[in-house]
Design a binder for this molecule. Structure first.
Ligand SMILES: Nc1ncnc2c1ncn2[C@@H]1O[C@H](COP(=O)(O)OP(=O)(O)O)[C@@H](O)[C@H]1O
Ligand SMILES: Nc1ccn([C@@H]2O[C@H](COP(=O)(O)OP(=O)(O)O)[C@@H](O)[C@H]2O)c(=O)n1
Length: 211
């Protein structure tokens, strides 16, 4: 079974995907980390963010099993990732790696922006996880502060809105809800409630799947 989870920044896709993967005994890939890893490597090499040939080269050498989430999760890397994510050739390379991961048995949960629309169009279940910009900015601000990073709610809100706009308006694989995706708005849900709602949707979909 492949479960596709998309949604805007800090909507809770990662948290939900990890828990769903554990619950349904599937592998999990946070595809945002693949864009973040390329962005971080370009920054480390001091290369311009628009240098697609170098970005593709970095993507070809990417080891999905060795992406350092704690380093790559930095707020600033998210911004740079969304700027390199507009490069079509780079996306093709990363999508190839992501599909390879998804298609290995027993299946997987992938989260990102274009999983239901591009990477795994034939996923058995698709969720589009969202929450109001304010709720998402509160979550990200709290998350940063809990790691000892100084964060101002207003700055985080502005950053998230700018990134969401770029991600939803780019020409190639923009963030959008797939036609056959279930919408899960978690603005008024805590993590446990959102998880239970997702399990219900997936279990119902699985019960109607041909065996
Ligand atoms: N439903 C929720 N209610 C409150 N906080 C949440 C909820 N879902 C996730 N979080 C918290 O919000 C932050 C961002 O969640 P994360 O899963 O990293 O989002 P994303 O992967 O969409 O960027 C984390 O600190 C997480 O614990
Ligand atoms: N499937 C994906 C996943 C991420 N991305 C890009 O990578 C950036 C970082 O994604 P992320 O999922 O790690 O970001 P957060 O939602 O965790 O803040 C996004 O803003 C997108 O620009 C993408 O284009 N396609």
């Amino acid at each position: 079974m492949i479960i596709a989870i998309d949604g805007p920044a800090a909507s809770g896709k990662g948290t939900l995907s990890r828990r769903l993967a554990e619950h349904f005994e599937l592998r999990h890939l946070d595809t945002g980390l693949t864009y973040r890893a390329v962005a971080a490597a370009l920054l480390a090499k001091g290369m311009p963010l628009g240098d697609e040939a170098i970005a593709i080269e970095i993507a070809r050498n990417l080891d999905l099993g060795h992406m350092d989430k704690s380093l790559l999760s930095a707020h600033e890397i998210g911004e740079v990732a969304s700027r390199v994510a507009v490069l079509g050739g780079l996306r093709e390379e990363l999508v190839r790696l992501q599909r390879e991961f998804a298609n290995k048995p027993p299946g997987a949960v992938l989260d990102g922006r274009d999983i239901g629309t591009v990477v795994c169009q034939n996923a058995e279940v698709k969720l589009f996880v969202t929450a109001s910009s304010e709720a998402r900015a509160h979550r990200r601000t709290d998350e940063m502060r809990s790691k000892g990073i100084e964060a101002e709610f207003a700055d985080v809100l502005e950053d998230l809105k700018r990134r969401d706009l770029r991600d939803s308006q780019r020409t190639i694989a923009p963030m959008k809800q797939a036609e056959d995706a279930h919408l899960l708005d978690t603005t008024e849900m805590d993590i446990e409630t959102a998880f239970q709602a997702a399990v219900d949707i997936i279990s119902k979909a699985r019960d109607t799947m041909p065996t």
